[in-house]
Structures are given as structure tokens and as C-alpha cells.
Ligand binder design. Structure first.
Ligand SMILES: [Zn+2]
Length: 256
């Protein structure tokens, strides 16, 4: 049985998804390659989609997934989308479908990896799967943050220290953090129930940040753990650096 279907790109993609429910499931990028088949996609697959392809040789240690399931190609397009001002992989592929070659994508990908290797010369396994493209787009020479000269030696020292900090629970997030300073990449360890209980008893259930006249005994569940000395000033996630605040005070302190 043969069906002939017609429609827009997004309709065809939706149709592929629908008929792909049975058997071996195709990845999103495998489906896109089918919908946007053409010289551009054929060329891109030579670089990004074969076992032992050029992208694997250059950057296999830095990429999540496997080339033959089109995950390298997907990542490379995601990294280049911003530079082209497009919002989705589909839009990107639609725009390039009939281009004779994908050399612009490969050049951008190579720039990302070259920049990564020059900025963080010491390889660690935690570097695999980091979103290097957005970091390059922001902090590479052409990016908004690219005017500030980066010092690989200084960065390496910061990375090494943070790798050993047991309060940093997301080690891959270190690379983003040393560039943009956003602590949320690090997923700083939260206080354990025991640490919180200890602080709660010590404080006799009262929030030390509330005005004296409003202080009353709260339930443990009405309070949240807070670093007395903030993590970025060297405060640890341990019992003696824990205080319990009422939810209002904690949010105010965190600036939420
Ligand atoms: Zn309070």
C-alpha cells in the first residue's frame, strides 16, 4: 500500500510522527532529515551523521548522543540557530534545504569547538554535553560578552576549585558559571532535614529575620533553610551555617 501525501513542512513532519509509532522509533532529527531532504541535508550528514565522521573526530568528547542517530547534527544546528536569528530547527532546515552545501554550519561548529578547547584547554569528562554553542555565541569574540578577555589559566583554577567543592552538585554547570556568574548552573547542595531540624531547635522555632515584635513559634514546615554566610562568600552547606527563615524572609533575602 502506498500513500501519496501533500502538505506543508510542518504537516508532513506531523504525519511522519504519526506513522512512526510502530517499529523502531526515529529520533526527532531523523524525522526532520526526511522532511527537509535535499542537497544541504545530504552534505550535513557527511560531516555529522556517520560513525567516525568529521564531527566525531573533532568533538566526540564534547557532544552528547551518537552521530548515527543524528544527535550531533541536531546539536550543531541548535548552536547555529541563534547566529542566524531563527527560532527552531525546522525553520533553520527549511531555510537551507536547497543550499548546495552546509559549509556555514560546519564552520560555526568548528569555531565553537576551537574556542572551547582554547578557553578550557584541560579536558574533563564533565565537558561532554555542555551547551558550548550558546556559551561561544555569548562569550566568544563575536558575542555580547566577548569583549571581556578570557584568561584560560584563571578559568582553569576556578574550574579546578569548583570541581572539588562538594556543595556544587552539577559539575557540568561549572563551565557556564565561571563565564556568566549565575549560581543556578551549579545546583548548590540544599540543607539536609537533620541540619534544618537542628537549626530549628536552636532558634526555638522563630525566624531571626522577622522584626522582634512579630516573632512567634512557627512549624518546621513553615520555614526554609538558608545559608547564613552565602555559598559564594565561602559559606558551606553544613549544620552550623544553616538558619531557618520564614518563607517571606527567605524569598526577600533571595530577591525572588
Ligand atoms: Zn521571617
Amino acid at each position: 500500500m502506498v500513500y501519496f501525501c501533500s502538505g506543508t513542512d510542518s504537516e508532513r513532519l506531523e504525519w511522519f510522527r504519526t506513522i512512526n509509532i510502530a517499529g523502531e522509533n526515529l529520533t526527532d532529527q531523523e524525522l526532520r532529515n526526511a522532511v527537509y531532504a535535499g542537497p544541504w541535508t545530504a552534505d550535513a550528514k557527511r560531516y555529522f551523521s556517520k560513525t567516525g565522521c568529521a564531527a566525531y573526530g573533532l568533538a566526540g568528547d564534547y557532544l552528547r548522543g551518537v552521530a548515527i542517530r543524528q544527535e550531533y547534527l541536531e546539536t550543531a544546528i541548535e548552536w547555529h540557530m541563534e547566529a542566524e536569528g531563527v527560532k527552531s530547527i525546522e525553520e533553520y532546515m527549511g531555510r537551507h534545504q536547497h543550499d548546495p552545501s552546509e559549509v556555514a554550519l560546519w564552520n560555526h561548529f568548528r569555531s565553537v569547538i576551537d574556542w572551547t578547547k582554547a578557553t578550557f584547554p584541560k579536558y574533563r569528562k564533565e565537558m561532554k554535553g555542555v551547551a558550548w554553542g550558546p556559551l561561544f555565541n555569548e562569550f566568544g569574540a563575536g558575542g555580547k560578552g566577548g569583549k571581556k578577555a578570557l584568561d584560560p589559566k584563571k578559568l582553569e583554577k576556578q574550574v579546578a576549585d569548583l570541581m572539588e567543592d562538594e556543595d556544587v552538585t552539577s559539575k557540568p554547570g561549572i563551565y557556564s558559571y565561571v563565564l556568566d556568574g549565575d549560581e543556578s548552573h551549579l545546583n548548590i547542595r540544599a540543607f539536609s532535614p537533620n541540619m534544618k531540624r537542628e537549626a530549628y531547635e536552636r532558634q526555638k522555632g522563630k525566624c531571626p529575620k522577622c522584626p522582634k515584635k512579630d516573632q512567634r513559634k512557627l512549624d518546621l514546615g513553615e520555614m526554609e533553610g538558608d545559608h547564613i554566610k552565602p555559598w559564594h562568600e565561602g559559606g558551606k552547606t553544613d549544620a552550623k551555617n544553616c538558619q531557618m527563615l520564614c518563607k517571606d524572609c527567605n524569598r526577600r533575602k533571595a530577591g525572588k
